[in-house]
Ligand binder design. Sequence first.
Ligand code: TMP
Length: 208
Amino acid sequence: MSLFITFEGGEGGGKSVQAKALYRKLSKMDVPVLLTHEPGGTPFGRRIGRWLKWAQDTDISPLTELMLFNASRAQLVAEVIKPALKSGRVVISDRYADSTTVYQGYGRGLDLAMVKAVNKAATQGLTPDLTVLLDAPVEVCFARKGTEKRDRFEQEAVAFHNKVREGYLKLASEEPQRWLVVDASQSKAKIAEIIWQRVSRLLASQGG
Ligand code: TMP
């Protein structure tokens, strides 16, 4: 058995909470599972991620962002995700290539075909079996984030985040069999239940 599940969504939508909850649930059931996060997941990726999120007094161009997120991803796929899947684990990733398609493609305005081609090279064509999108209006998500310090992306205008949200919904509508779109304004318990219904079916179909 091997299953690759990714969590996606804008800031403050609760995807990290749900990725961790699913990881804990599977661990308790003794399902071999690995939880990782982008940007990061490897020592190299964590360094790049810190730059991308917190660089100050430097202009990072959209194309540079595309390359750096994918450099982090290429390392993560080769060093962590592929070996874990090969050894039969369920891999959960908090963000993956779809984040680049929506943030650097829809958000920053880079050519979508180019973004997808670079993503494909970095991931060696590895696509998730299931992608969970935690979706809610941008204002609702930002209200949840409160006053914590904001990184380069969180400081972007509402218009940028609306483009990101629209991008996600477009990707989900293009590939409905891969995406599970969940209304992120529901309670954490309800969201976890909806995700579990889908994941348990996938596991059963794999004989897990
Ligand atoms: P997070 O650690 O809070 O999820 O923040 C990562 C930030 O980086 C988030 O604002 C989304 C952004 N991002 C991109 O712009 N492109 C990407 O490919 C990834 C993985 C994240």
